[in-house]
Each structure stands twice: as structure tokens, then as C-alpha cells.
Design a protein around this ligand. Structure first.
Ligand SMILES: [Zn+2]
Length: 408
């Protein structure tokens, strides 16, 4: 039946035309970019469906591994991304299908020597990939919005950055009461180390929680939290680690400090703590791979009294932790072990500077693995839960260790 045959042919031709037009359209609009907060990528080659790319080192003195890019116009395509194997973490890349709001690890099995493939779903207009799970000012703002009516939380501006951005600083505690203890939490001295930010958020939420630990903390402690010690670097997507001529966490022995955040904190923190017993924790992520880095570990201070207090805090954390990341005290780096050998005086590091204050009970660095903490998955949820557990440990440390009230 010729008429019917003709109709089928026309329909088939139309279908082919539609498919090829859609395909051509997809091909035509495929784009990879980093022009958004936290973005960082260098694309060196695109050959068909294979893209070779790597981190943009910018002003870092040594190669580093932070990258965060967006793929648009790749619906229904399967693309292969080729990185150097040193630039992809223990659970593969972080992938976000909602423009960076939520993240999942693609998985270790999806990666071979730094190369991974991804099949883009239909209508995937903005797919993000990163070495981690980026945490930016917008993420902090979402956390703050959840607590906007909380009278125990105050958002202030520590200072302006070199590029004119506001540096947020949070105060948590009873407004009209001078709390007995002071706890200062800092993060992102190395701006790329975003997984630490989830633990910072957990600490904030732990201090604000309507539970026994939260209530005790608010009655006895005032918190000062600086979530982004390198605010420009975090928003601009810099590495930050080993930034030339030195990075934010090597700025504490310089007079005057090079970075406005460091200068402001050095002025603000001693005045704010006002002689109260002070705990200072500076949260970081370590290097990307190898056993020593794939754990949560505290760096033991050189000072023996502080080392003993750190041990006590860590005992509480190990004993009482509830979250999915199983912290083990045995993973801590004793002074003199591994890379914990810093002995410059005065210390250029934030924790070393904090330890030099006369009212400091304990000042130390905490390292949180990017993706794999001794077999436990690090992600937004588990990172926050670790922060909650740290808040409880801090409460126990201050509440149950009366000798800690005697400062040096
Ligand atoms: Zn760091």
C-alpha cells in the first residue's frame, strides 16, 4: 500500500531529523566552565567525548588538586573525563545534579587512574563535578537562614577581604551573659579544604541544638566561629594551600599580617576571649590520598600540658561519638610524627599562635579526610554529624575536667 508506505517513510524521516537535530543541538551547546562561586578548572583537550582537564593552580607554589567545574548541554551523552590520578580522591569525584546544592561521590569503582566516565541524564542542564563537595558562602547562608530567629546566634563581619567581601564571623551564646569558657573555631585557612566546613556547620548546630549538650554549651561557653579564613579564595575557587608568597595559615608570625582576615582575628580573638579559658580548633582537610591522610586526626601540640588536654578531648570524642564517621584517637598525629613536626618560633600557624595566648587551654589543628576516613564515607551529612560529636566532646571536656579551668 504505497500511501501507507509513504506516511511511514515521512514519519521515520521526521524522527531521524528530530533526533539528529537534538543531537546536533546537544553537541553544539556542550560547555565546560568554572565561572561561578568556587569554580576552578583548566580544560586542556576535547577529543570527541573525551575531555582532558586538571586543576588551575593559580598562585599556589606547589601543584595542588582542587577543581570544580560545570557541564552544560550534555544531556544523554556519555563523556569521559581524564585527570591525572593524583587529582581524584578516594571515592571518585563529587557529582551534583542540582547546580551544587547537593553532592554524591561517583564512587571509587568509577575511576581508573584519574579517568572517569559519566552518562548525563536527559534534561541535565547543569551538572557539577568536583574533587570534593564544595561548601561556599551560599551554603553557610542556608545554615544561618535555618537559625535566623535564634537569639543565641549573631552574625557579624570580622573584616573586609582584599577584594572587598565581608568576612562572616559568628558568635553563639547568651547575649547578656559573660560565659565562663571561650571556644573559637576557624576553617578554610586553606580555602580549598571544603569538607572541613561541614564539620564547622555541625559544630554550629551542636552549639545551637535544643538538647542537653547544646543547653550546657550555651550556658557556659561563648563560641566565635570564622567559617572562611580565606573568604576570597573560597569564593574564587583558589587552591589556597601554599599560596605565594605564603598562605593564610602561615601568616600568624608576620607583622603586620598579610591577610586582612588574619590581622582581624589576631586582634579580635584575644580581646573577645578576655582571659577566659579558651579552646581553639582550626579545621582542615589533609592531602587527598594515602593512609595517613584518609582519617580524621588531631595534630598533637608540642606543649605537653596541651597535648594531655587534647588527649582528653579526643577520648570523649571517641567514647561518645554517634555519627557515621568513626573517629579513632589512634589516628591522631603525635608531635614529631608524620608531618606534625612544625617547630618554627614564633609559630606562623593559627593553632600555634592561639597556643601562645596566656588563657589558652588547648589550641590545635584538626584534619578531616576529604572522602574516606578510615573506611567511613565523608560527605555533607557525616561531616556535619562529626561536628555535632565534636560539640558534645567539647562540652564533656570542659564540664568533666575541672583541672582544665586552671590555665597555664
Ligand atoms: Zn589545611
Amino acid at each position: 500500500m504505497p500511501a501507507r508506505h509513504t506516511n511511514s517513510s515521512v514519519i521515520a524521516c521526521l524522527l531521524m531529523l528530530t533526533v539528529s537535530l537534538a543531537f546536533a543541538q546537544d553537541k553544539a551547546t556542550l560547555a565546560i566552565d568554572a565561572a561561578f562561586p568556587g569554580g576552578n578548572i583548566l580544560v586542556s583537550k576535547i577529543e570527541g567525548d573525551t575531555i582532558t582537564l586538571g586543576p588551575d593552580k593559580r598562585d599556589s607554589l606547589l601543584p595542588w588538586f582542587y577543581w570544580y567545574y560545570r557541564v552544560t548541554g550534555a544531556s544523554r551523552r556519555k563523556l569521559t573525563f581524564v585527570f591525572s590520578k593524583d587529582n581524584v580522591g578516594a571515592r571518585g569525584p563529587g557529582v551534583s545534579l542540582d547546580a551544587g546544592k547537593t553532592w554524591k561521590w561517583l564512587g571509587a569503582d568509577a575511576v581508573t587512574d584519574g579517568t572517569f566516565a559519566f552518562t548525563f541524564p536527559a534534561k541535565a542542564d547543569d551538572v557539577r563535578f568536583s574533587v570534593g563537595m564544595p561548601y561556599l558562602r551560599a551554603d553557610l547562608d542556608q545554615c544561618l537562614a535555618r537559625h535566623k530567629d535564634d537569639s543565641f546566634l549573631q552574625l557579624e563581619t570580622l573584616t573586609k577581604t582584599r577584594k572587598g567581601r565581608d568576612v562572616p564571623i559568628l558568635r553563639i551564646g547568651e547575649r547578656n551573659k559573660k560565659a565562663r569558657y571561650a571556644i573559637a573555631i576557624t576553617s578554610r585557612h586553606h580555602c580549598c579544604e571544603m569538607m572541613a566546613s561541614y564539620a564547622v556547620e555541625g559544630l554550629i548546630e551542636g552549639a545551637l541544638a535544643d538538647d542537653a549538650a547544646g543547653r550546657w554549651l550555651r550556658a557556659n561557653v561563648e563560641f566565635l566561629v570564622v567559617p572562611f579564613m580565606d573568604t576570597d579564595g573560597a569564593e574564587d575557587g583558589d587552591q589556597g594551600k601554599n599560596r605565594a608568597p605564603f598562605d593564610h595559615n602561615r601568616d600568624y608570625a608576620v607583622a603586620p599580617p598579610r591577610y586582612p582576615e588574619v590581622a582581624a582575628l589576631k586582634e579580635r580573638l584575644p580581646a573577645w576571649s578576655a582571659g577566659r579559658p579558651l579552646v581553639f580548633l582550626d579545621l582542615h582537610d589533609p592531602a587527598l590520598r594515602t593512609d595517613i591522610h584518609e582519617t580524621v586526626h588531631f595534630l598533637e601540640p608540642e606543649e605537653r600540658d596541651m597535648a594531655a588536654r587534647m588527649d582528653k578531648l579526643c577520648s570523649y570524642l571517641e567514647r561518645d561519638q554517634q555519627g557515621p564517621i568513626l573517629y579513632r584517637k589512634a589516628h591522631n598525629l603525635h608531635f614529631g610524627a608524620g608531618y606534625n613536626t612544625h617547630i618554627e618560633r614564633p609559630s606562623p600557624l593559627s593553632a600555634g599562635w592561639a597556643r601562645s595566648l596566656s588563657n589558652t587551654l588547648l589550641g590545635c589543628t584538626v584534619e578531616i579526610a576529604y572522602a574516606n576516613a578510615a573506611g567511613c564515607e565523608v560527605n555533607a551529612h557525616s561531616g556535619k554529624e562529626l561536628g555535632r560529636d565534636m560539640a558534645v566532646a567539647l562540652m564533656n571536656f570542659l564540664r568533666d575536667a575541672p583541672e582544665n579551668t586552671a590555665t597555664k
